[in-house]
Design a protein around this ligand. Structure first.
Ligand code: F6R
Length: 237
């Protein structure tokens, strides 16, 4: 793993955006794996800014998203489709027709895996990190061999994500997510983590044993992972 420690959130977002933009300029068409949540918002802002300044274009870009909640539709403000439109696709002028999400039935999960293969695989997958070491919605206990499937969210994850909903009870109980094996098939992985509350999970991901108890630890087995941290998230390293 290559670790980059920046002084704060803005600096890590900027650095990661520079890296991803360089990759997208190198290879066309490009398949970008996207994450949602709080952490990548600064990165998406930077990439959209580069597009508006003419430094980057997404004309031959396809996107695949890591996950989507079950039980809320795409117009719900907390659905990940809505998030992506608001934070990335609209500001960066990305054509929605080239964007793909997993959905909450077994047939759609299999179709999503097939779509990734048809696109030629994921060139670069963006990841955030859960406080409990999850990546995508692969909670502790997820298998190294797991593929896109429907999962039950842990209480901790539902509590962490309650900040985006009106009440805790509104947070969905399940989601469709890429599996660990799906993520590890990406040619390159860029993981972002910010804030002291992520420091323990960052330590376990990088220095801990490779084990299902910390799904992010499986990233140690991937040949090309770049981890962008701010100082607070790197505190336990
Ligand atoms: C989001 C996702 C999750 C988040 C993680 C961290 O698509 O798959 O694994 O990356 O829960 O979330 P934030 O960035 O909100 O702390």
């Amino acid at each position: 793993m290559q670790i980059y420690i920046e002084k704060d959130y803005d600096a890590l977002s900027h650095r990661a955006a520079e890296h991803i933009a360089a990759r997208i300029r190198e290879k066309r068409p490009f398949v970008l794996g996207c994450a949602t949540g709080g952490t990548p918002q600064g990165l998406y802002r930077e990439l959209a800014r580069m597009v508006r300044s003419g430094l980057l274009d997404f004309n031959t870009l396809s996107t695949v998203n890591l996950d989507e909640y079950c039980g809320i539709d795409e117009n719900h403000p907390q659905s990940y489709r809505f998030f992506m439109r608001q934070h990335f696709f609209l500001p960066a002028g990305i054509d929605f027709r080239n964007s793909h999400f997993p959905a909450c039935d077994a047939r759609s999960c299999a179709a999503f895996e097939k779509k990734i293969t048809e696109l030629g695989g994921i060139d670069l997958q963006i990841l955030g990190l859960g406080k409990n070491g999850h990546i995508g919605f692969n909670e502790p206990g997820s298998l190294r061999s797991s593929r896109t499937r429907i999962v039950t969210l842990s209480l901790e994850t539902r509590e962490d994500n309650a900040r985006f909903f009106e009440t805790k009870g509104d947070v969905p109980h399940s989601a469709a997510t890429m599996g660990i094996a799906t993520i590890l098939d990406a040619r390159e992985i860029v993981l972002l983590a910010s804030g002291e509350h992520k420091a323990r999970a960052v330590f376990q991901m990088i220095r801990g044993a490779v084990h299902e108890a910390v799904p992010a630890s499986f990233l140690q087995e991937h040949p090309r992972v770049l981890v962008f941290l701010d100082a607070a998230a790197s505190k336990e390293l």
